[in-house]
Design a protein around this ligand. Structure first.
Ligand SMILES: Nc1ncnc2c1ncn2[C@@H]1O[C@H](COP(=O)(O)OP(=O)(O)OP(=O)(O)O)[C@@H](O)[C@H]1O
Length: 301
């Protein structure tokens, strides 16, 4: 799965931050304007080969837009280089062999089975007007098996549950055999067991095949457990970046999410625990602040 010229990933448990590999993604001064609004604002971001970087930030911060721009799905200004080559210089087919993007809500072609949808990931390897080969089919069946989806191969994608479908979207990306995986909220619809399974699988691919991962995630504890580094985005700008313990701090999360949390040390990264306020919360209501009193019998003060 490793592309030519891309060195092997670090050994299991080894954190890349201390000994970074060659640069996989170099984003410089990236701006994205949508409908006349600046959504991503002069973002600089470097991801090294074999590294896992997760972008976090409150709703509307610009995480998905940033990821889509890096994946070539949105026009942007500034620089994006993938494995040392400016993204604009890559032909579409070559880019598809390097980068696989899982967006939040991919379009699902009507009537398509899980097998056929996942086979779309093999498109960069199938000659124009050609058919998939036995190798393509084997790659797809392998990925479906790894994601516990083998029994769904002949089912119509539209009939799957939200979580099953989300795993199929990931399967298509993994079947692509790309070196760089861009994952926008890859576990948002998954139960806690499948969240762990999927993230462990991606991490294993990172370790064994040198996969580079750039993800967005809202579950901050999970994000901190898997990322080598994190980037906190707010209003389209990078407001903090570094190892999880530097980004997942109570102060930063209070400032940028307006969240009240406790951050406690975990085995693989900080764990972020929401803490219910003990006094009435102030909620902005069309410019006016209103007090929400505690429910009778639930007054913690
Ligand atoms: N096509 C568009 N035209 C105008 N504004 C857009 C467009 N697409 C996205 N936006 C706006 O850009 C901002 C950033 O959106 P984006 O989806 O990147 O945020 P996000 O950080 O991924 O949010 P979330 O956590 O809610 O998924 C939002 O305010 C959104 O409404």
């Amino acid at each position: 799965m490793t592309a030519p010229g891309v060195p092997a990933a670090p050994a299991p448990g080894e954190r890349t931050a201390s000994r970074p590999g060659p640069v996989a993604v170099e984003v410089t001064g990236l701006c994205v304007d949508l409908s006349g609004n600046r959504i991503v604002d002069r973002v600089d971001l470097t991801v090294h080969t074999g590294e896992w970087v997760t972008v976090i930030g409150p709703n509307g911060a610009g995480k998905s837009t940033l990821l889509r721009a890096v994946g070539g799905l949105l026009p942007a200004t500034g620089g994006i280089a993938l494995f040392g080559t400016p993204a604009t210089a890559l032909r579409r087919r070559d880019r598809a062999r390097i980068v696989a993007t899982v967006v939040q809500m991919p379009a699902v072609p009507p009537g398509m089975t899980v097998l056929d949808y996942t086979l779309l990931g093999r498109t960069p390897y199938i000659p124009p007007l050609g058919r998939e080969s036995a190798v393509d089919l084997a790659a797809v069946r392998d990925v479906l098996g790894q994601l516990d989806l083998g029994r769904f191969a002949d089912r119509q994608l539209a009939t799957l549950s939200g979580g099953e479908r989300q795993r199929v979207f990931l399967a298509r990306a993994l079947a692509q055999g790309a070196t760089l995986l861009l994952l926008d909220e890859p576990t948002s619809a998954l139960d806690i067991g499948h969240q762990q399974e999927v993230l462990e699988l991606v991490d294993q691919l990172r370790r064994d095949h040198g996969l580079t991962v750039l993800a967005t995630m809202h579950d901050l504890s999970l994000a901190g457990e898997y990322a080598d580094r994190m980037v906190l985005l707010a209003d389209g700008r990078v407001v903090a970046a570094g190892p999880p313990q530097d980004v997942l701090t109570e102060d930063l999360l209070a400032t940028h999410y307006r969240a009240r949390v406790r951050v406690i040390p975990g085995d693989h990264g900080p764990l972020v625990v929401p803490v219910r306020p003990t006094s009435p919360v102030q909620v902005a209501d069309q410019g006016d602040a209103v007090d929400i009193p505690s429910r009778p019998g639930h007054d913690k003060t």
